[in-house]
Design a binder for this molecule. Structure first.
Ligand SMILES: Nc1nc2c(ncn2[C@@H]2O[C@H](COP(=O)(O)OP(=O)(O)O)[C@@H](O)[C@H]2O)c(=O)[nH]1
Ligand SMILES: [Mg+2]
Ligand SMILES: [Zn+2]
Length: 484
């Protein structure tokens, strides 16, 4: 695996020790490189078990009470390795909902599904870790008064946190979607099927994507262990260990599970709990929102006076937003050959399917605006950034960045070296949830200039993913840092 840079040597295996390690790595990243995401830049209090939004008292949270998700956990890995199955096991939701996804049996869009993590204070780890949906299944037929009853000992389970899975598609043609998903992830599971040789092309490409975007908190999941013998599982485990060596996932635990047979899920949840804490965020930062979907919620034939405004869905990167706030959306909409920033007012907010007054970072947030719904219909605003008026990063038609290329093209099953960038070469660029393309117009030492077909709204210093055409598809070849 190319583009490696292990920041620390591995010294510990116990979850709590590894948690400290990861915390240290983040501090290092913060001071030496800087990152585009508030979720990584504000981590580093040294309290790795800090899952709290400061204003929230977890002990008081009761079953059935709605709490907004506080973190996005991505799934990543090769197609068919079980990302959507595992997400469904933990959340109770099958994220492949679109008709084409159902027909083709693969994930095409980003899926979002929430899971409530619970812990039994009496049982010992890892058996004390549950999700609400797992508890419900384990208690089926018993239905105790308290739905948060430990299926093992009958004690009361405690609320840990609600997290959102951002389920990525694994197919090689859908890398752009995966890359926009990565921009929303605070941590990730890398799924690797035990019944295939490791690594498969998108196992490598997805891990490279996580590494390049600065997603450092990773738990590696060896799935489908029910399909192989013990010896095969051990052999595959060794391949996984060899593969992650020297990558950002080098210190990550590798947890053998079966998503279908619910084997070892508790241990995986323990690692998620210990190694992927909710980033500590400053709520006073400028609000920034990455749009990952957008719709027109009106039924055809709705009378104009009853029309509801355009809806955008995505995640709050930083800050907070409340009903009635004015926002702007960039790049906005195209009028002639110009992009016009949209401004509007928030009519209502939802977290998952629950109405909320204020939305924080974490999970899928829906914002109903006063925009003409034709502007937001059919995902037209994907890749836009929303913020309070006057606070968004500049809109750029031209990107000037420092490129860090991989040695090898990772998303393909044979070896192809990444040759240097060329003048006039077309590239695909991912910045946040935006996917755009452009042509290299200038190549200087340490500086690449690309004229974009469609502008993007990005901060100086933020990271972009660079893909080039290799064997007829855009494949990830490196990362860039915006210079000016
Ligand atoms: N035997 C077995 N099959 C699994 C397991 N996890 C997923 N699968 C199957 O693998 C196939 C692909 O799963 P899916 O979740 O769609 O993979 P994705 O492309 O990574 O999202 C489906 O037929 C699943 O039923 C597992 O743990 N054991
Ligand atoms: Mg899937
Ligand atoms: Zn218990």
């Amino acid at each position: 695996m190319p583009a490696k840079k292990a920041t620390t040597k591995k010294t510990a295996r116990k979850p709590s020790k590894i948690a400290e390690k990861v915390e240290g790595e983040n501090l290092e990243t913060q001071s030496t490189e800087g990152t585009q995401k508030s979720s990584t830049t504000t981590i580093g209090t040294g309290k790795s078990t800090q899952h709290l939004r400061p204003t929230m008292d977890r002990k008081k949270i009761k079953p059935g009470q709605f709490v907004q998700s506080e973190m996005n956990l991505g799934t990543s890995g090769h197609v068919d390795h079980g990302k959507t199955t595992l997400t469904a096991m933990l959340s109770g939701e099958w994220t492949d909902r679109h008709s084409e996804e159902v027909r083709r049996g693969i994930s095409i869009k980003l899926g979002y599904a929430d899971a409530v993590l619970l812990k039994c204070p009496k049982c010992s780890p890892p058996e004390c870790f549950w999700t609400e949906v797992m508890v419900k299944k384990a208690l089926a037929g018993k239905e105790p008064k308290n739905p948060w009853t430990c299926p093992k000992c009958g004690g009361s389970l405690e609320f840990l946190r609600r997290i959102s899975f951002v389920d990525s598609p694994g197919h090689e043609t859908l890398m752009a979607v995966m890359l926009s998903g990565v921009s929303l992830m605070d941590g990730a599971l890398l799924l690797i099927a035990a019944d295939e040789k490791c690594p498969q092309p998108q196992t490598r490409e997805h891990l490279a994507a996580l590494q390049m975007s600065g997603v450092q908190r990773i738990v590696v999941v060896q799935n489908k262990i029910d399909t192989v013998t013990k010896e095969q599982a051990i052999e595959n485990f060794k391949q996984i260990k060899a593969f992650i060596k020297g990558t950002v996932a080098e210190n990550a635990p590798v947890v053998p599970i079966s998503a279908i047979f619910n084997a070892n899920i508790d241990l995986m949840l323990q690692y998620i709990n210990d190694l992927i804490p909710t980033p500590v965020r400053t709520e006073t930062e400028d609000f920034q929102f990455f749009i990952a979907r957008s719709f027109d919620v009106n039924r055809p034939g709705t009378e104009p006076q009853n029309l509801r405004g355009g809806v955008v869905g995505g995640s709050v990167l930083k800050g907070t937003i409340k009903n009635g706030d004015e926002i702007e959306i960039k790049p906005g909409t195209r009028v002639g050959d110009k992009w016009v920033t949209l401004t509007s007012k928030i009519v209502s907010l939802s977290a998952g399917s629950n109405p909320v007054e204020v939305a924080h970072p974490g999970g899928l947030i829906g914002m109903m605006t006063q925009l003409d719904p034709s502007i937001s219909k059919s995902d037209r605003l994907i890749g836009n950034v929303a913020g309070k008026v006057g606070t968004l990063p500049p809109l750029r038609d031209t990107l000037v960045f420092k490129a860090n290329l991989l040695k090898e093209v990772v998303g393909i099953d044979h070896q192809i070296d990444v040759i240097p960038l060329r003048q006039k070469e077309p590239l695909m660029i991912n910045a946040g949830t935006a996917t755009t393309s452009g042509i290299i117009t200038k190549l200087e030492k340490g500086r690449v200039t690309v004229e974009l077909k469609r502008p993007v709204c990005v901060e100086t210093g933020s990271r972009i993913a660079i893909s080039r055409l290799v064997e007829k598809r855009f494949r990830l070849i490196g990362q860039g840092v915006i210079l000016e």
